[in-house]
Write a protein that binds this ligand. Structure first.
Ligand code: ZN
Length: 204
């Protein structure tokens, strides 16, 4: 897909994932941004930067916006969706923790693999998201398990910033994150919709 204008991400949107990192489930969606420069296509290597000792995969459902959404209701947001993509919210976990702010830990080049867009609006509470590393399953969950459902997330974000055509909303990762190392191949799949697979290499 072409590069999104912005990538709005949601943290801790699955109970079990919040728990595995020792965090409380937030009382409102926890938002952050990933830079569009982090986006890579399937097959392009994820580069582990020298600055980090711990880079994790995060399997996520990416929602692609098709029509401008500003102060939209959840029902209006349903009409503003163009499609969905498999998205890997690659995270330098150590830098995320040490900085407090998430921009560096989430923002390195190559830290946002995005799969081919499936066009349309699937049943938003029944999308299965899976992560595999070297063929071994690490994450599997249904969007039904989200703390804040997809339309509520879009509506909430649209109260803050206009969602524009081509923008992507990354809706949070379920439990099962794990560290990546050079030589790994990590695959994120939205079963029946989109898949993105990338090799992992160390910074030269
Ligand atoms: Zn994430």
């Amino acid at each position: 897909m072409s590069r999104p204008g912005k990538i709005v991400c949601v943290g801790r949107n699955y109970r079990e994932h919040a728990k595995e990192l020792g965090n409380e489930v937030p009382t409102a969606p926890l938002l952050f941004l990933k830079p569009p420069s982090a986006v890579i296509a399937p097959g392009v290597p994820i580069v582990i930067p020298k600055a980090s000792q711990r880079v994790d995969h995060e399997a996520e459902i990416g929602v692609v916006i098709g029509a401008p959404l500003r102060r939209a209701t959840p029902a209006q947001c349903a009409a503003g969706i163009r499609g969905i993509v498999a998205l890997n919210d690659v995270t330098a976990r150590d830098l995320q923790k040490s900085d407090g702010q998430w921009t560096r830990g989430k923002g390195f080049d190559t830290f946002c693999p995005i799969g081919p867009e499936w066009t349309g609006v699937p049943p938003l509470d029944a999308i299965t998201v899976v992560a595999r590393v070297n063929g071994e399953e690490k994450q599997r969950a249904s969007s039904a398990e989200m703390v804040f459902p997809i339309l509520d997330l879009l509506s909430y974000i649209s109260q803050i910033m206009t969602l524009e055509p081509g923008d992507v909303v990354a809706t949070g990762t379920p439990s099962g994150i794990s560290a990546l190392k050079p030589g790994d191949v990590v695959e994120i799949e939205l079963v029946g919709y989109s898949k993105v697979s990338n090799p992992v290499e160390a910074e030269a």
